[in-house]
Design a protein around this ligand. Structure first.
Ligand SMILES: [Zn+2]
Length: 144
C-alpha cells in the first residue's frame, strides 16, 4: 500500500487513527471557511476550513465511509469520513463536479492555508472575528 504522505506536510494529511492518508499536488483553487449549519454539525465546531482541489490533484489511501447530505441547491453532497475513527476527510458536491473539498484541519500542517473567502456568513457564530475579506451570506461557489 502506498502511504500518501509526501515530504510536504502542508499538502499531506489524514484522519485521527491514520488509516486514511492523502495528499494533493499544486495549490488549492480555493481556501474557504464555511459557516453553514451542516459544516457546524458535521465538524462539531464553529466552521469548516476547506481546501478545494481538482480530483486530479488528490490521492488517497484508506477507505472512507460516505454520508449523503443535501446542499442548498437540492443536489447531493457526499461527506467522507474515516470509517474507523470518524474524522471528516472531504466532501464532494453534486453541483461541483470534478472537485474535492478537503477538510483542511486534517492536514499535517494546515497553517499556511488562510481562508480567501467565507461562505454562509449568515449562520456564522456571532462572536467570531472576520477571517477573510471576501464574505458571502450564503454560498457563491456552492461548497459547504
Ligand atoms: Zn481514522
Amino acid at each position: 500500500m502506498t502511504d500518501h504522505t509526501t515530504d510536504d506536510p502542508t499538502r499531506s494529511g489524514g484522519c485521527l487513527c491514520g488509516r486514511v492518508r492523502y495528499h494533493f499536488t499544486g495549490d488549492p483553487l480555493m481556501v474557504a471557511a464555511c459557516h453553514c449549519r451542516h459544516c457546524q454539525r458535521q465538524s462539531g465546531t464553529a466552521f469548516s476550513l476547506v481546501c478545494v482541489v481538482t480530483d486530479d490533484q488528490y490521492r488517497q489511501t484508506g477507505e472512507t465511509r460516505v454520508f449523503q447530505d443535501k446542499g442548498d441547491s437540492g443536489a447531493a453532497v457526499y461527506r467522507h469520513f474515516c470509517a474507523h475513527c470518524g474524522s471528516p476527510i472531504l466532501s464532494v458536491a453534486g453541483i461541483l463536479p470534478g472537485l474535492t473539498i478537503i477538510k483542511a484541519g486534517t492536514l499535517d500542517d494546515p497553517s499556511p492555508w488562510r481562508p480567501m473567502a467565507e461562505a454562509y456568513c449568515n449562520t456564522a457564530l456571532p462572536w467570531l472575528p472576520v477571517l477573510a475579506a471576501e464574505r458571502h451570506p450564503r454560498s457563491n461557489i456552492g461548497q459547504e
